[in-house]
Design a protein around this ligand. Structure first.
Ligand code: SF4
Ligand code: SF4
Ligand code: SF4
Length: 328
């Protein structure tokens, strides 16, 4: 299988070298074709609102995710809260993790003495992983979830590099068919069951609320307006990198609970604009042929005797000099 993937990659590179127009040259990646146009959320997009002020760090969401996705058993039980002391990132065997943060913005907010923050794929509205995937193994489903197709993945891990949230994990320990692993928003839910994602369904404090993204934004705004003493006036994910399907409410600045401060422009808007510009105005072929011409010119200047002009190659050159040339 790996061999096949490499072969496919080789064929792809050969084709690119032969200047066969690729989706990138046409100004779009295969994955991007499946993504919704523009930067806004579709009315059908679902998501999850994580109200971190309600999270108690019980790790029930981690356990539910592990069961739902048939991930390997963990060495310690999920009831073990010691792991919360170490900052963790999602991995190939844990699509979501909860981290604990000490401190409180004000002494009278006892509930915020400790803050817990669950992290997973954010299901970006304009996902960098989808834009970066050259074969369309990462796609955005109509409900907004970003899903992965291992059968066509090349294993290039461009998605890993592109993700601004550092989410996709790779099965480095898998010798035969390594996959990229991440939360897929429990997509089997979308195939008719209508059930909540496992993590949201298992949360005992309703810190995780699943629903239509537009409704979640309205709910978050209403909570912030009603309890300005409890919440920072910032719905994380409403606008970051163009918006995400997972969003957060916090009682402290987002950086203090491990959420990365990110710009509102989706990275694909910038990278695809560069790609489009390059291919639209033929910068690459013009540069390439210009380089070749430059090399030829320099070579010609260095060794003019190796490149005689047409007149110098005349059959009427003096016989004596031709004989002399033969003797040399
Ligand atoms: S968080 Fe990363 S992996 Fe998830 S959709 Fe966004 S870019 Fe893709
Ligand atoms: S939505 Fe599903 S896959 Fe994603 S973190 Fe929750 S349980 Fe895990
Ligand atoms: S299940 Fe809910 S309360 Fe428990 S750690 Fe996860 S998000 Fe927090």
């Amino acid at each position: 299988m790996n061999l096949n993937r490499r072969r496919i990659l080789q064929l792809g590179l050969t084709a690119a070298a032969a200047s066969v127009p690729s989706p990138l040259q046409a100004g779009e990646s295969p994955g991007a074709a499946a993504a919704p146009p523009g930067n806004g959320a579709d009315a059908e997009h679902v998501g999850v609102l994580n109200d971190t002020t309600l999270c108690i760090g019980c790790r029930e969401c981690e356990a539910a995710c592990n069961r739902r996705n048939h991930l390997p058993r963990t060495a310690a039980p999920f009831s073990d809260r010691d792991v919360l002391r170490t900052f963790r990132r999602p991995s190939a065997t844990a699509f979501t993790v909860v981290n604990q943060f000490q401190g409180s913005p004000s002494p009278d907010q006892a509930a915020l003495q400790q803050t817990y923050c669950k992290v997973q794929c954010m299901h970006c509205l304009n996902p960098s992983c989808v834009s970066a995937c050259i074969v369309g193994a990462m796609t955005k489903a109509p409900d907004g979830s970003v899903v992965y197709n291992p059968t066509i993945c090349l294993g290039c891990r461009y998605c890993q590099v592109a993700c601004p949230f550092e989410v996709p994990a790779y099965e480095f320990d898998e010798p035969l068919v390594p996959r990229v692993r991440k939360c897929e928003l429990c997509t089997d839910r979308a195939k008719g069951t209508g059930a909540n994602p496992a993590c949201a369904a298992s949360c005992p404090t309703e810190a995780l609320v699943f629903g239509r993204r537009a409704d979640l934004v309205a709910m978050a705004r209403e909570r912030v307006t009603r309890r300005p003493d409890r919440y920072v006036d910032h719905i994380y994910g409403e606008h970051e990198v163009g918006g995400t399907s997972w969003m957060y409410l916090t009682g402290r600045p987002v950086q203090e609970v491990g959420l990365l401060p990110l710009p509102t422009t989706p990275p694909p808007e910038r990278t695809e604009a560069i790609q489009h510009g390059i291919f639209k105005y033929g910068i690459i072929p013009v540069t390439f042929y210009g380089l070749l011409a430059g090399i030829m010119w320099v070579t010609h200047r260095k060794h003019p005797e190796d490149h005689p002009g047409i007149g110098e190659m005349s059959d009427h050159a003096p016989r004596a000099s031709q004989d002399e040339e033969v003797r040399r």
